[in-house]
Unconditional design. Sequence first.
Length: 128
Amino acid sequence: MKRILTLSFAALLLGVGFSGPAMAQYYGYGSGWNSQGGINQSQARLQARINAGIANGRISQREANRLNQRMASLAQMEARMRADGRGLSFSERARLQARIASLNLQVTRELNDFERRRIGFWGGRRTF
């Protein structure tokens, strides 16, 4: 009986010892939605969200113009940072990722502001 308890306790400790390092994974800086695939892919995903919002009517033309202007400003900022030919430094990449995250938040707000869709609390069009 004592031997079975000792073996089961050793197996438990061994299992905990091997599962600990597997759980402690390093995801690096910026492990949010926009860190997968780099700056250009994040910009492409963001532009696709804007285009989808325009297509399904959740983003008005005025909102789309404003968001596209911010996208163009972001692209110009990236071009200026890459102009030296050395690539992006850590701080430049962090600034770009912060701008992309901010713009993504604004796109989310515009998608969910109910300006174009007359739905919400009443569940349909207002009749008054």
